[in-house]
Design a protein around this ligand. Structure first.
Ligand code: IMP
Ligand code: MG
Length: 181
């Protein structure tokens, strides 16, 4: 168990407040609603970082839609990383012929989203695009097109609004920046 001091210490500062997040998420939702008019998309959330973003984003999209989840931790090595991904639970939604929007918390090196995109492509979807809360384009290490992003950051580590540092801080209602100590 962490001691009291570990639980209450605040090694972060607010970087993006709730109002700015809400505005950007609204704008993304409007754009997606326009771009997917007449379609029936699947929002495929990348656990766990997508959680809060997806919950807010889906309520700004004025279209019939479905959500599904993909679990993507520690597939950094090996030849066929996409084989290790788990899409959905007991009865995943078929992605064939569906417009798929991969919803991610942070695109850093881009390897996670690249792997998921490759895997989704095998299901023969109608289309695949990436939506991220935070994009770090200078950190990308693979070729990747991120069509929708709420915020662009440089090389800084952020937490809150679903994003963690060793599983903590996901419940912060704003995006914070870890302070070097
Ligand atoms: P990538 O495969 O390098 O793009 O890594 C993306 C994953 O790294 C995200 O899903 C996060 O789990 C983690 N990550 C990268 N940068 C951050 C950050 O600033 N805050 C929290 N998680 C991060
Ligand atoms: Mg993480």
């Amino acid at each position: 168990m962490p001691d009291d001091e570990t639980l209450t210490a605040r090694p972060f500062e607010i970087l993006i407040n709730r109002k700015r997040i809400a505005e950007e998420v609204q704008a993304l939702g409007r754009q997606i609603t326009r771009d997917y008019a007449g379609q029936f998309p699947v929002l495929l959330g990348v656990l766990k970082g997508c959680l809060v973003f997806l919950a807010d984003l889906m309520r700004t999209i004025d279209l019939p839609m479905e959500i599904e989840f993909v679990s993507a931790a520690s597939y950094r090595r090996g030849k066929h990383q996409e084989d290790n991904l788990l899409i959905g639970g007991a009865s995943p939604i078929p992605l064939k012929d569906r417009p798929v929007l991969i919803v991610e918390g942070v695109v850093d090196s881009g390897r996670t989203v690249r792997t998921i995109t490759n895997r989704v492509a095998k299901e023969e979807p109608a289309s695949v695009e990436v939506v991220t809360l935070i994009d770090k384009p200078t950190s990308h290490r693979v070729e990747l097109e991120v069509k929708y992003r709420a915020f662009t950051l440089g090389n800084e580590f952020v937490i809150g609004y679903g994003l963690d540092n060793t599983q903590r801080y996901r419940n912060l209602p704003y995006i914070g920046r870890m302070i070097e100590s």
